[in-house]
Write a protein that binds this ligand. Sequence first.
Ligand SMILES: [Zn+2]
Length: 435
Amino acid sequence: MTHDSRLTTIILVTLTITLLITACSDDYPDDILLFTNVTIWDGTDQSPAQNSALITHNGKVLEIIDMTDPDFPEEADAIDLGGRYLIPGLINAHGHVGMARGLETGTDIHSEENVIEQLQLYARYGVTTVVSLGDEPDEAFTVRDRQNFSESGMARLFLAGPVLNPATPEEAHDAVNELALKNPDWSKIRVDDGLGTREKMNRETYAAIIEASHSHNIPLAAHIVTLEDAKGVVDEGADLVAHSVRDTEVDQDLISLMLDRDICLTPTLTREISVFIYAERPDFFDDPFFLDEADPEVIEQLQQPEIQERFTGRAANFYSEALSVAKGNMMSLHNTGVRIAMGTDSGPPARFQGYFEHLEMEMMQDSGMTPLEVLTSATRYAAECMQIDEELGTLEKGKHADFVVVDDNPFDDIRNLREIYDVYIGAQRVYRGNN
Ligand SMILES: [Zn+2]
């Protein structure tokens, strides 16, 4: 089919559906939406296309079309995006929802309302999907199962449930069977001795958990710190390395393993920052993009000397040094073709949801990734790596119409993503207080 006839077909189909809807019902006036006059990057290997329009149908992508085509339809109800930039909604491949409120944690703060507010916060920053990797309250499952993300302006949610920590391989099956009852999207383990403060899960045990998890078709994300443990979990079949290797430089063995098994990494660079940055007042406490959403009370608390004290000492020193190791390892893996999925570990106290995703992407760019590579990591790769790419990650036909519109060109500098004009989830506008 030629381009012209294909376009004509699209327009005819579009108009026919519009007429049918008008004829049958007034309940769905926005069933078909046309977003015009915008440079669109669909998240694939195609270059961003200027003078384009996005057509959505029932909250899904119908087509991206070229507005300079002479057959481009006159459409009175088009949403004119004024020559801005449109990209797929950002995906955080490693967050946490509902487990903290400000600096507080524990069951007292567990509520559906808290989960919903956090998902709305992510969405206002353009993060339209969050994969929450563990220890969410039950209320998070209730919110996930309601599936009304576009109506309520919340980021879409995927969950891992309680982090698995059986003591022996024998206990692994029971632990996974219990988790499976919650219908989690992922499972999660921690292979970490807390800098020598606790016993680390042994290889036999995590091998048994991974096997049990796979027997329920649940992919498994592994928290690791060391190179040795990264190799161990990937070799035993883990589906995601959920943090950067932070003790030493990655080697060819790990790179080969991750490439062979097609396993991704979430760098969580901002997680390292959160362990030491509040020892002194961080610069971003003066950043308007942070202050737009941050709770003044939390900012105040984080400047109290007794709180600042918590961000000093052995762990703070270790992770402060680990940050440069993490960045170097992220780039070593990226440069050899291992897919990096943008993931921050935001959500626990003082890891600011929404803002930290932008900080993470800026750190990825500052470490040597191009803006396009960072954007790919935060959209298509994050979706592929988290096994949600059938519906998310790109703006291809049939996928959810989740997208961010920004004023300035994000392919010049990832910091231009801060100039958010609008966010849409399922083609519905997310209320951001300014529109
Ligand atoms: Zn985490």
